[in-house]
Design a protein around this ligand. Structure first.
Ligand code: BGP
Length: 479
């Protein structure tokens, strides 16, 4: 058997993308609640000062999981899920982020949710911050540019750890903390750190601000790990990176160096979480940006003490980088999807299953066999509801099968230590990047379109029974 007994098969979602109920039971607005719907060609508009009337904010109602979780979890149990990854909406617990007392109604919701999962024998895997910091922290403090957010986050983490210490073992601090590297992509800088740059901000200015915010998040993550350990030493607390490997476009040594630089941008985030300090190459990254982040004297020790227990990451695609392109556009140092050897999805994401094996091996080698957890992977696609009510998503099965095959090779042949696999969007939900409903990932179809119309009825897709078989055979039966 390639995969260990107790391998955590499951699925992944995030609060803001499925719960809806954006202001029920005392919830405050989060940064996700001011993101308008976009589509494959239209970037999401960020209403940073607060929602405007008449606009479509998909997180407000999403798929109404807040009121329908019992039925949805029963479907996941039917597939045989061993675990379910979701996030706690920070603004349900601390509506503005800076309160000293948590909102009991928000805490009670997650008690009900976790109890329901546990009753089905499903282990909750919980992200503390998945693109949904309280908007109040952005408006009143400037988001993660402000060190005060470290204390607010620590209070929030401590509240959750104490409350759910007997229900949740697996935690993650910040979802895809490294997305913000791409400082000319406004969406990712907003969702990671609550920052909106001025159009006139230069590349260097943006990089300095982002690196400061990331540093504050690293300290917050490390402090949360330390707090978690003191509350329950059996917790397993991981980091979460969006792991898009960057390949050299050609064997031209200039391209090799360009790819190495792009990968350093990934390791920058992984190293601080796993090794507890910045690698020597960080000096080059700071020099490029024109300044190093400002650090408090105690940060070094905090980072060192708060190393994570496992490496969680998402894998969707790979990229290529070419030195020639960077020479003409230096801001494009993280490459793009122009790989002649792989196809792309309808949203232009490179489909590269072997890239997953490559990533697993790279992480394994760099971090001395650390436990890894693939907490997102999947294909966003347009699904067709047939007249007889079926959804024949064979393309999704093909995508997942190819990735699971590579994952098994990494474990079986390469010896990588992998604890679980939770494909993204196991039930259709709001796309983070575009705000669409029709970019679907699920095994479970949800009747809702991009305009918000639909009955919200749930239906099993073809992939539902396929995944059920995969789990029942612990990954042996992929046919
Ligand atoms: C990751 C996020 C998820 C999720 C996924 C798919 O970046 O962690 O929140 O949404 O990507 O992306 P999208 O929804 O844009 O298709």
């Amino acid at each position: 058997m390639a995969l260990r007994d107790g391998f955590l098969w499951g699925g992944a979602v995030a609060a803001n993308q499925l719960e809806g109920a954006y202001n029920d039971d005392g919830k405050g607005l989060s940064i996700a609640d001011v993101l308008r719907a976009g589509d494959v060609n239209t970037p999401r508009v960020i209403d940073k000062d607060g929602p405007l009337s008449g606009m479509n904010y998909p997180s407000w109602s999403a798929i109404d999981f807040y009121h329908r979780y019992e039925g949805d979890i029963a479907l996941m149990a039917e597939m045989g899920f061993k675990c379910f990854r979701t996030s706690i909406a920070w603004s349900r617990i601390f509506p503005n982020g800076d309160e000293t007392t948590p909102n009991e109604a928000g805490l009670a919701f997650y008690d009900r949710l976790f109890d329901c999962l546990l009753a089905h024998g499903i282990e909750p895997v919980i992200t503390l911050s998945h693109f949904e910091m309280p908007l109040g922290l952005v408006k009143n403090y400037g988001g993660w540019t402000n060190r005060k957010c470290i204390d607010f986050f620590a209070r929030y983490a401590e509240t959750c750890f104490k409350r759910y210490q007997h229900k949740v073992k697996y935690w993650m601090t910040f979802n895809e903390i490294n997305n913000q590297s791409d400082v000319f992509y406004p969406f990712v800088v907003w969702t990671d750190s609550g920052i909106v740059f001025k159009d006139s901000d230069s590349f260097k200015t943006r990089r300095q601000i982002m690196l400061q915010a990331a540093h504050n998040e690293f300290v917050a993550s490390a402090r949360a790990v330390a707090i978690g350990r003191s509350i329950n030493p059996n917790f397993r607390i991981g980091c979460m990176l969006g792991f898009v490997p960057v390949y050299p476009k050609t064997s031209n040594p200039d391209d090799i160096l360009a790819a190495q630089r792009a990968m350093e941008e990934r390791w920058y985030f992984g190293d601080v979480h796993v090794l507890g300090n910045y690698g020597s190459y960080a000096d080059r990254i700071w020099e490029e940006a024109g300044a190093a982040p400002v650090m408090a004297p105690s940060d070094e020790a905090e980072l060192q003490y708060g190393c994570v227990d496992y490496f969680g990451f998402s894998y969707y695609m790979s990229r290529c980088v070419s030195a020639a392109k960077i020479n003409s556009t230096p801001t494009n140092f993280l490459g793009d999807d122009s790989n002649d050897y792989v196809k792309v999805s309808d949203w232009g994401w490179a489909i590269d299953p072997k890239g997953l094996r490559y990533v697993l091996r790279e992480i394994d080698g760099r971090y001395n066999g650390i436990d890894q957890f693939i907490v997102e992977n999947g294909l966003g696609a347009y699904d067709k509801l047939e007249a007889d009510g079926s959804i024949n998503d064979q393309y999704r099965i093909d995508y997942l099968r190819a990735h699971i095959e590579q994952m098994k090779l990494a474990v079986d042949v390469d010896g990588v230590s992998l604890i679980g696999y939770t494909p993204w969007g196991c039930i259709d939900l709001v796309s983070a990047g575009t705000g669409e409903m029709e970019k679907r990932y699920g095994f479970i179809y949800v009747d809702k379109d991009n305009k918000g119309n639909g009955t919200l009825e749930r239906k099993r897709k073809l992939s539902f029974n396929w995944y059920k078989k995969v789990i029942a055979s612990n990954g042996e039966d992929l046919a």
